[in-house]
Design a protein around this ligand. Sequence first.
Ligand code: HAM
Length: 424
Amino acid sequence: MIQCPRGTRDFLPDEMERRRFYESALREVARTFGFRETETPMFEEAELFVLRSGPNILNELYAFEDKGGRSLALRPEMTAPAVRMFVNGMSNDPKPIKIFYFGQCFRYERPQSGRYREFFQFGAEIIGSATPETDAEVIAAAAAMIKALGLKEYKLRIGHIGILRQRLADAGVPAERTAEVLQKLDKKLYDEARPILESVGVGDADIEGIIDVTETVGGPEVLSKIGGEAGAHIKNVLDVLAAMGVEGIEIDLGVVRGLDYYTGMVFEAEAPALGAEKQICGGGSYTLSELFGGEKVFTTGFAIGFDRILLAMEREGVPFARRGIDAYVLYASEDVRMKAFEIAGGLRSEGVSADVDMMGRKMAKSLRHASSIRARYAVIVGSKELENESVTLRDMSTGEQNLINICDLASAVKPKSDACGHRP
Ligand code: HAM
């Protein structure tokens, strides 16, 4: 039997309904923050990702040559494509530009729970502004999205990669080795970072100092330890966030990020319910446009790992009520078969989700099928009732049956709204 490729998944209808519901919730938050949707191709010139994504991403790239000999890659993330799109077609738009995107990314990783080779990101970028207010707006949007999904337990941490970059430069780490060191520090692999630092001549005291930076963690009190421009920037971001009612963010200079392009504020969110792969969101400020042929433009953004956050919600038992369909139309005898199809057609044109018996099943079997597809109502079409322009409406959850005039059918079966916020 042919299976889907390792690290990829099929989404069956039940799962897809859940995914679409939460995707809409994220879109709605993006809308309330004034972000507008964009879409870029699923594959790009490989160079787009080679230029600045860093060793973590490069090792995981699905790169290939097409029949025309072009070097292409499936996108491992959507920030570089978004900035390329900005340089190509949006660079004259009024700044700041607020965009969001949702789609699949591809990384050749070792699959495990919460880590896939094809996964989905919901992300947003603010292009053309480098203020603390911009950073705060991005974090506030990410926090609002996580909250809107209903995840109960998560932690947001904010850092500033500029501090660590400066520290590495001051210690004499050459620019071309920085990404490699940061990659190790990102994963807290100090034993692997140490020999690299030693090999470029960094002394013990400086190495300890660098590790110390990555372990600077705490509340607002650690701001005094950070100082300088970066400290003032983080304080400003936190103040703006507090004004918007976003509190409880931890300061953590150990937020290094796996991608190489960040220059300033960086942040991550994690969900303890996930265990090892617990990062559900990551982002920060960076410049990439100058690498893609544009002017240097400051940008801040984030991406939520859609699959991971949904997995965390599942582990936490966040309830999701599946909607099923509104009505299943069946007919009691062959002579009214066409009438059943006419009624189903009428319901659909009124916006009701209606299915109809296509297999000529006996009543009991048809009702069983209606229940298995989670129809809220069964509409039983019988010749006697039709004489009075009526049908029998059966509430599938209670079994209660009533005669109803066909004109009133659509409004009777249309859902009002339910506990999960599903609307008609
Ligand atoms: P990232 O941290 O590499 O950042 O990915 C964002 C999120 O995608 C992660 O926090 C994680 O939840 C999810 N993710 C990453 N890899 C996988 C995987 N193999 N399977 C499942 N989920 C995964 C970025 O991609 C940046 N582009 C974010 C950004 C936007 N920075 C600025 N703007």
